[in-house]
Design a protein around this ligand. Structure first.
Ligand SMILES: Cc1cc2nc3c(=O)[nH]c(=O)nc-3n(C[C@H](O)[C@H](O)[C@H](O)COP(=O)(O)O)c2cc1C
Ligand code: SF4
Length: 458
């Protein structure tokens, strides 16, 4: 007998009554005096005045279950514990990744705009946990307004003695440096971010050595995303068990969901992890615009595998459920597409982006991203044929896991999964003479497929 189908349930508990903590509804919270009235810097004050051992903070963050919000979902406490023992005279650094360049991702900027002091506090707590006294905030250059506003707020915090020397009279020092990036997607990859911070061209580094061993200026460094670090003061305020008990058990905590595309109410929404993707689309965002049908969703920024409408049923917004459901949580930047979207032209735009953004260091990525764009463009313009579809998948095989950084994978996954999951749309755009059941008889089709005159042209 067939097992009864499980009714999908949200892991986000009673999300409708959830009270926001990263972006609480407090007017002018971005201003230091308002932030101070609402508890800013008190978690840092607590660990400093109570003389917490660094390990205690790392253990607390581990116990909270916090996983990085920058895309890979790695355990934050574990990452901090990879920092080597102190060496006299050797500096250590924290770098906060605010490059936010993955298409469909626009949540870190909400923190820059609405709650920068939570971030500054989280960065200093991160620095404390790893034994650093300097924390860099790398922000993409396009966020010029947020940068100026954060610089103003940071200067106020320095003036009040909340950042800098001898914090809370405990003798502990911590500087925050805001660094404006130069606007390339690759600068968000952690090793190229460090190259860029050092004033060099943002070419990713070969790993190992990992940043904890050899990071900024060859010193031990930890890199964390903005939202990740903003969670740290909340863990100390409310306790690791509060954090661990919120949302999906294996991927807990509050999460900023950035929803864009064909929904009635796009935006950034804060709820616990583990929400049903369909609750997010239909309840939070008011469903599909114009009463149309849902066609596809990219649930975690442009590089993660696309889901068909059927695949969205029952999947929840956490790493495990997304993996089992055929995609990844990534940055929780959810791109929603309605029934009118042409998946070939969607993929054409995506491949153009990754081709444009490849740094060119590795051959499979430099050449592969170019060929992906060329082939998808050719299909989109009605000049492709069926073999191009297999060629696309074979190009992906030759890119994934074969390069210095993960940009090549990020470029290949959308192609692999859009072509596989929406193949009939791609076939329909291929030249009719090579489509089975098209103008040509099966025998002639065989001849055409075997035609050695088939050449890729520039
Ligand atoms: C091509 C590429 C671009 C990336 N862009 C970003 C980014 O804009 N922001 C970010 O936080 N992480 C980005 N990442 C992930 C970072 O390399 C790194 O894993 C992350 O900042 C670690 O922070 P977390 O552990 O707090 O998530 C990118 C990775 C790759 C391969
Ligand atoms: S994978 Fe691409 S972006 Fe990454 S280092 Fe190689 S060429 Fe550069």
């Amino acid at each position: 007998m067939e097992a009864p189908k499980q009714t999908p349930t949200s892991k986000a508990g009673d999300w409708r009554s959830y009270q926001r903590v990263i972006l609480p509804p407090v007017r002018d919270l971005h201003l230091l005096d308002v932030a101070l009235r609402n508890g800013a810097y008190t978690a840092l004050e607590k660990i400093l005045k109570e003389g917490w051992e660094r390990k205690r903070l790392v253990d607390e963050v581990k116990a909270s279950g916090l996983r990085g919000r920058g895309g890979a979902g790695f355990s934050t406490g574990l990452k901090w514990s990879f920092m080597p023992p102190d060496k006299p005279g050797q500096p250590r650094y924290l770098a906060c990744n605010g490059d936010e360049s993955e298409p469909g991702t626009f949540k870190d900027r909400q923190i820059f705009e609405y709650n920068p002091h939570l971030l500054f506090e989280g960065m200093m707590m991160g620095a404390y946990g790893i034994g650093a006294h300097t924390a860099y905030l790398y922000v993409r250059g396009e966020y010029a307004d947020y940068i100026s506003h954060m610089e103003r707020e940071l200067a106020k915090a320095y003036a009040k003695g909340l950042v800098g020397k001898n914090l809370f009279g405990t003798g502990w020092d911590c500087d925050i440096v805001i660094h404006k990036g130069a606007g390339a997607y690759i600068c968000g990859e952690e090793s190229s971010l460090m190259e860029s911070l050092e004033g060099k061209r943002a070419y990713p580094r070969i790993k190992p050595p990992f940043p904890a061993q050899k990071g900024l200026w060859a010193n031990p460094t930890t890199i964390n995303n903005v939202e990740t670090l903003a969670c740290v003061p909340l863990i100390v305020h409310k306790g690791a068990s509060w954090f661990a008990g919120l949302g999906a058990p294996k991927h807990p905590g509050p999460l900023l969901y950035g929803v864009s595309g064909h929904v009635n109410r796009p935006g950034v929404y804060e709820y616990p992890t583990g929400m049903l993707l369909t609750d997010l689309i239909y309840e939070v965002c008011g469903g599909i615009r114009g009463g149309k049908k849902l066609k596809a969703v990219v649930p975690g920024g442009s590089s993660v595998p696309v889901l068909t409408a059927e695949m969205c049923e029952g999947v929840t917004m956490d790493a495990e459920s997304m993996r089992d459901g055929g995609s990844m949580l990534g940055t929780a930047g959810v791109l929603v597409m309605d029934e009118d979207v042409d998946m070939v032209s969607f993929l054409r735009r995506t491949t153009h982006f990754y081709h444009h953004e490849s740094c060119g260091q590795c051959t499979p990525c430099r050449e592969g991203t170019g060929w992906l764009e060329k082939l998808v463009t050719r299909i989109d313009e009605g000049e492709g044929n069926l073999r191009d579809l297999d060629l696309l998948i074979s190009l992906c095989d030759n890119m994934e896991g074969r390069t210095v950084c993960a940009l090549a994978d990020a470029a290949a996954w959308p192609v692999r999964w859009t072509v596989t999951r929406f193949r009939s749309e791609f076939e329909a755009k291929c030249k009719p003479s090579l489509v089975p059941g098209g103008f040509v008889s099966p025998e002639t089709l065989g001849e055409a497929v075997a035609d050695p005159g088939y050449v890729l042209s520039d």
